[in-house]
Design a protein around this ligand. Structure first.
Ligand code: PLP
Length: 377
């Protein structure tokens, strides 16, 4: 392991990642292959090591990213992978898409034409259908009308249509209303696919499963499962259970830099929002909001020190924060756990997210570039 500054760092467990992939393979039908979603630097885990581990050790052949820069990076790590860009690539980059053998998500006929008109090599694509997410994709009232537009796309010279896909808006919900909504999204894309088949257009791929669908509505008709958050061991939605075997891949650690005893009436941190009511030991920890540990955790978050939870006192600063260490023996140099296991306890990114009203996705993606990622093989 290469040396790193032991100030604030993220430990990324590749054994946990490998185990999660096995678990997801076990959840999915044999007919469905995992498409690993590694956008946003593999949800903050570091795309290079995550992609290499997935391709070389887990046998993952399909990857999905959000943009061309990410796609070119993944191509560098995985020379033989199939890489789908889920989001928009400005048409002036059509040559790069072809040069790196990337598959582009196509969101409209107009977009398809502008890509091929700028590129003589031919563009590989999957067609995105908006069945209810309201974000990007072909939008039609009926599968028949949608299939009609796809047929026209298939006839464009220089465009190789290899699949169609859609994205669920609320598959991470167990309300009957949302389940019915997702049923309709799924039915729409499958009906569209079936019409294409009966008209002689048999595309290799039709995919609609995300992490939530892998957990709650697995469907063997999805040729690919675009698994993101569960690969990293987090919940699509904190209120619903995920298989217990899934394990968080990222831990976040820092150290204690200073310990002091404060007296009643002493103030801690900016704005003097915390005033000690009693004599107590307070430790300073070497992490702050510039590391992606949100200021919204001020006086609310907890940190594990020697397996015990210690409360944050006062505001989280840019590079440091303070905790109440009344319950533990803390000294400078001690390692503390902001996300992860220590002793019998564990703080997850999902737990932090629920404290300040976001989702685990945003917590892990938000761990900043300043925090070195240390890989446990
Ligand atoms: C991000 C994304 C995914 C992965 O979502 P998870 O909830 O992390 O599994 C799948 N498909 C599309 C289109 C996405 O943008």
């Amino acid at each position: 392991m290469k040396p790193y500054l032991k100030r604030a760092w993220a430990e990324i467990s590749l054994p946990a990642l490998r185990k999660n992939i096995d678990t997801i393979k076990g959840m999915n039908s044999d007919k469905t292959e995992i498409m690993a979603v590694v956008k946003a630097d593999a949800y903050g885990h570091g795309d290079e090591q995550i992609c290499r581990c997935l391709a070389e050790e887990c046998g993952i052949r399909y990857f999905a990213v959000s943009n061309l820069d990410e796609a070119i990076a993944v191509r560098g790590f995985c020379p033989h992978a199939e890489i789908l860009i889920l989001g928009y690539t400005p048409p002036e980059y059509a040559h790069e898409i072809a040069r790196y053998n990337i598959i582009q998500g196509v969101v409209s006929s107009e977009y398809a034409h502008s890509l091929v008109s700028r590129c003589s090599e031919g563009i590989r694509c999957h067609i995105k259908i908006d069945t209810g997410m309201g974000r990007i994709g072909l939008k039609h009232d009926t599968p028949a009308a949608c299939a009609e537009e796809i047929k026209q796309l298939c006839a464009i010279g220089g465009l190789s249509v290899e699949g169609i896909y859609t994205h669920f808006a609320a598959a991470d919900s167990d309300s009957p209303d949302n389940i019915a909504y997702t049923d309709n999204q799924e039915k729409f894309i499958l009906d569209t696919y079936d019409i294409l088949c009966s008209d002689g257009i048999r595309l290799p791929h039709v995919h609609f499963m995300n992490s939530a669908a892998c957990c709650y509505r697995n469907n063997p008709r999805s040729t690919l499962a675009r698994a993101g958050i569960i690969m990293y061991g987090l919940h699509p939605d904190i209120s619903l259970k995920i298989p217990e075997a899934l394990e968080p891949v990222m831990e976040l650690k820092a150290v204690i830099s200073h310990v002091k005893t404060v007296k009643p009436g002493d103030c801690i941190s900016y704005g003097r929002t915390f005033v000690a009511q009693r004599e107590m030991p307070v430790a300073t920890v070497t992490i702050g909001y510039a590391d992606g540990y949100s200021r919204l955790l001020s006086s609310r978050g907890e940190i594990l020190v020697h397996g015990k939870r210690c409360k944050i006192v006062g505001r989280v600063c840019m590079d440091q924060l303070m905790i109440d260490v009344s319950e533990v023996q803390a000294k400078p140099g001690d390692i503390v756990t902001l996300i992860g296991k220590d002793g019998g306890d564990m703080i997850t990114a999902d737990e932090l997210a629920s404290i300040y009203g976001t989702i685990g996705y945003e917590v892990v993606c938000g761990i900043s570039k300043r925090v070195p990622r240390i890989y446990i093989k």
